[in-house]
Design a protein around this ligand. Structure first.
Ligand code: SF4
Length: 82
């Protein structure tokens, strides 16, 4: 699985490092290190970290979706004019 942390948003709360220590680690006072290609087995922990991050800085699988074109194709939402 792929993940990205928006380090501009990240405030170094370390919730993620607490919940998924194999993927996220605090380095120094405010620096966050993480594995952008985390093992699939870490998915549940990463999901917990995503949910726990106070600033929603962790994005999962955004790159995969962008690369494959998977996901909603944007067919809905057209208002019908009478
Ligand atoms: S939980 Fe969010 S804000 Fe805290 S260190 Fe992790 S990514 Fe940064």
């Amino acid at each position: 699985m792929r993940l990205v942390v928006d380090l501009n948003r990240c405030q170094g709360y370390a919730q993620c490092a607490f919940l998924a220590p194999d993927v996220f680690a605090m380095h120094g006072d405010e620096g966050l290190l993480y594995d952008p290609q985390a093992e699939e087995s870490q998915r549940a922990r990463v999901a917990q970290a995503v949910a726990a991050c106070p600033v929603q800085a962790i994005l999962v699988d955004e790159l995969d979706l962008a690369g494959t074109g998977a996901g909603p194709a944007g067919t809905g939402g057209e208002a019908s004019h009478a």
